[in-house]
Every structure is written in structure tokens, then in C-alpha cells.
Design a protein around this ligand. Sequence first.
Ligand code: NDP
Ligand code: 8X3
Length: 261
Amino acid sequence: AKRLSGKTILITGASSGIGRATALEFVKTAPDVRLILAARRQEQLEELKTEIGALSSAAEVLVTKLDVSDPADIKKFWAELPKEEWKDKLDILVNNAGLVKGLEHVGDIAEEDVNIMYNTNVTGLINMTQAVIPLFKARNAGTIINIGSIAGREPYPGGSIYCSTKAAVRAFTESLRKELVSTRIRVAVIDPGQVETEFSVVRFRGDKAKADAVYAGVEPLTGEDIAEIVVFVAGRRENVVVADTLVFPSHQGGASSMHRK
Ligand code: NDP
Ligand code: 8X3
């Protein structure tokens, strides 16, 4: 908690699921953290800001509408972020924004779905990271935590696009970590297995019944479970890099190895 006290943290995809839980977990761990919460849905971010305010009067929260899949929006975000108060103070970037669309097989995947997954999960994460690296290098400090997935390690049928985006996140993170070994900048990837969030609702384009069926007879992880790990990784001593973490619920052995009741 002491190590995270007063830190400035940017979380993408903070409006729901893992990102939202991560914001709350940082505040519970260090009540005086300073959070930049970004996502496309500003209303959800404002609600989260209110919830954080009720938890801690010492936390500072900046809510920003950001679509990471749009390079122009990312440029605008960094140009508008107040320099002295937020940009120059940034300590931690959590690249969490990401999504999956559908389960179609190759040959049947809509071009729009390919683009939204790659532009968000891969290009968005790269663009956010490229913007932050010069800031962190100037101070020889900073932590980048990327949310990957078991899907990036173990591709499954119907997941060609999503799985390959997460494999890209994994490779990008590892190259970056190796590029930075002469610095004090830390780079980590956390690969969750099954977590019950809005993830499946988004996959099935709002079909809640289909999304619920994914979690029938199993006990998935919660956003909070992953949030605790993000905060743990961020809160280690500056010389400690928890480089790579795979997290499952106890009934899950791999992307397609699941025990159902
Ligand atoms: P949710 O759908 O609950 O949350 C996804 C978040 O990403 C939302 O806040 C959403 O906000 C944001 N987001 C999506 N697209 C964009 C965009 N273009 N720009 C900015 N923000 C965006 O799902 P999860 O919490 O589960 O997902 C978080 C991360 O965890 C993702 O990277 C996902 O791939 C990964 N993951 C999830 C697993 C799971 O089983 N749930 C397992 C392994 C990894 P908004 O719509 O407001 O923009
Ligand atoms: C989410 C996990 O296996 O449903 O990244 O793709 S999976």
C-alpha cells in the first residue's frame, strides 16, 4: 500500500469488468491514488468516479472518453491530458481495453470484426504504449501492465482473430520488456483464463442468454480476482518485475479444458 501511495495510474477499459475492478482495487489498496479512467462509455466512468469518491476522499480521479481503436483519438487524449498535473506524473499504465466479437470460423469472419479486434486489442495497446514510453524513459521509471489472455497462448477454433490479437500482445510485451532492461521501467503481461465480465455479452453482440451459457455449470474468475493481481504486480519493489502471469479458476486447465458441473 505504501509503495502505491500517491501514484498516478492510467487504466484503459475502466468502464467495465477487469478495468473497473482494477480501479477500485487500487483505491482500496492505496486510498490516495490518482486515477485516469478511460473508455468509450463516459457515463459508466462517471458512475465509477462517484463510487470511488464514496470509498476514499483522498483519491483523485480524471475521467476521459477514449476510443483506443482510433489513433486520432489517442493523439487527442495525450494532447489534452493536463501536462503537469497528470501526464508528467504518470507512474503506471494498465493496458486493459480489449474485446472479442463472435466465434465465426476463418472465411466467414466479417471484415469489420477483424478490424475492431486488431485495432483495439493490438494497435490500440501499441499506440498507448508508444505514447507512454518517452515519458517513462525521461524519468527512468514507470510500469506497464498489459492484459493478455490464455487465448494468446492456446488458440481455439472460432477464436482465430481474438487469439492472434492476444498472441500479438504477448510478443509485443516481451520485446518491450527486453528492450527496457537497461532502465527502471517495468513491463508485465497478465493472462487471465475465464473471467465473468461483459466480455461474453460483447462477443455475442448483446445476447445475454448466450453469454450466460458460457458460465453455466462453472465458477469463473471475477474482475476483482484479476484486479488483485494487477495491483500486486504494480505494488512490488521497483526492482521486481512479475513479467508473466497465467491465472485460471480452479476448474479450468486451459482455453478449452474446462470442468463443468
Ligand atoms: P468487459 O467487456 O467487461 O470490459 C472491456 C473494457 O474494454 C470495457 O471497459 C470497454 O469499455 C473497454 N473497451 C473496449 N473497446 C474499447 C475501445 N475501443 N477503447 C477504449 N476502451 C475499450 O471485458 P473484460 O473486463 O473481461 O475485458 C478486459 C480485458 O481482459 C480485455 O483485454 C479482454 O480481452 C481481457 N480478457 C478477458 C477475459 C475474460 O474471460 N473476460 C479473459 C482473458 C482476457 P467501453 O465499451 O466503454 O469502451
Ligand atoms: C478470454 C478467454 O478463452 O474465452 O480471453 O478467449 S477466452
